[in-house]
Design a protein. Sequence first.
Length: 362
Amino acid sequence: MSQFWSAVVHDLTPYVPGEQPKIEGLIKLNTNECPYAPSDKVLQAIAAQTSSDLRLYPDPQATRLRAAIARHHGLKPEQVFVGNGSDEVLAHAFMALLKHDAPLLHPDISYSFYPVYARLYGIATRQIALQPDFSISVDDFLQAGGNGGIIFPNPNAPTGMALPLAEVERLLVANPHSVVVVDEAYVDFGAQTAATLIDSHPQLLVIRTLSKAWALAGLRVGYALGHPDLIEALSRVKDSFNSYPLDRLALAGAEAALGDADWLVQTRTRIIDSRALLTAGLQARGFEVLPSQANFVFARHPAHAGARLAVQLREQRILVRQFARPQRIADFLRITIGTPGQCEALLAALDTLIWAQTSASR
């Protein structure tokens, strides 16, 4: 019944999320979820909210959660905006801050939701190619001319590579009159947050999520940090769209998570340690692995097509993610860091597949 669609819907190519299969026993390393359970404090806080108060709307201002986030980052509550996952926060940022006459700049290999939002909101974009080693070059953004804003993940996705904080600041200094959005979904796994630059750069918006390092992907809590004027712009869009983006359970769980710093340190340390072991294991098997500061690695084998490996791993009940476009990353696999046992199972499966393919080609 597409004759009822609006013109904008006909022209959309929606974002395709990672597969969420309903198959028992899979080793799921395709969507960058945390392999460990969230803090017990989170589960207790959520349970405490399952009362008759669920008949009431949640706090539309998320007052307690915004205060907790502000304390965590050494900022003020008026510098914090919260939303239903960082994707919703990003969507509001595109509408509120990045829709201008000049094009929005973003890396050509990056989070694939950016061009989807741009098309949805009618925002012109200019893609800046990554360097041959897949790193982001600040100089390339400076040479691109005028812009209506800049957005990039740090660490980048799907490469996992990060810009040093000094380079982020150099980009800000060179762009005082346009918003720079730093998407920090994976920053807790080894990169430097740009949140420390907010007070000195009013055009900076930092977007974070509790889905990755905090193990709360199922709760859908994201937030933005920035100058109060930027936060007000996001709030205006939010209140023109959905004044209650976070329910009572999400608000309570997120606040409890931020109150358990010890859990975060222990969990991300386990993931960083597993990342090092998985990287070494892949390299020992002939893979090129990009230097990752995220909770995933991006790797390719010179003798084996990425798409074929992804299919064969799925047959071994192991899910990883492979991107068909752009062509220069088609042979890479993006592999979420799992538990040590899951990483060992992946390496064992690759041993079998690589040996079988190598033998068959002789």
